[in-house]
Write a protein of this length. Sequence first.
Length: 232
Amino acid sequence: MFISLKNAVKKYGTGEAEVYALDHASLELAEGKICVILGPSGSGKSTLLNMLGGLDTLDDGELTIAGRRVSGLSGEQRTDYRKEDVGFVFQFYNLIPDLTVEENIEVVSDISVKPLDLEEVLDALDIAKYRRRFPKELSGGQQQRVAIARAMIKNPKLLLCDELTGALDTKSSRSVLRFVEKMNSQFGTTVVIITHNEAIAGMADQVVRLKDGQVVENCANERKLPAAELVL
């Protein structure tokens, strides 16, 4: 199994103020699939994403990704893991305003071990025509596609998307999701989308629901839809 999470525990606070962000959560995800993780605010979605991305560590339990025991890595090893294996796409793009589209992507490409071809990524996301523009000259949907390109250029094994459509209108959201879908099919990248938008679950191979830090549902999607057909 590509991702294996077993009895994961993450706590914050002490004594009466102690809160379980992850409460003995267990989860398995297959390689090359799209997984959508749903849940209300405070359910543990962001904490889970931080663990999958090596941004934080578990208090207890075990996390293995692509054969690497992430839960046992040191701080330096987690940095290498993020650099080599994980691409991140966040809600608010996080592009560097003084760099062009091409330069924003090259910043990551230049420090990657086995980057994808820049032209291939630009073409796949239909942003080659914007390559000389700065972020302020792009729409929200266009900026998010650049953010996806920046994450994909490093050729990650795992693409993590945190509320990637949260700041977009319906048309732009559908467009961005179509390109995430394309990255998955074209490059075989495993994709995990963290969201509160139930409609996005329609495009997933696997749907996971969290509540109070626990996995309350984990099932295959028997009626998977193309992203272009989602009713957002």
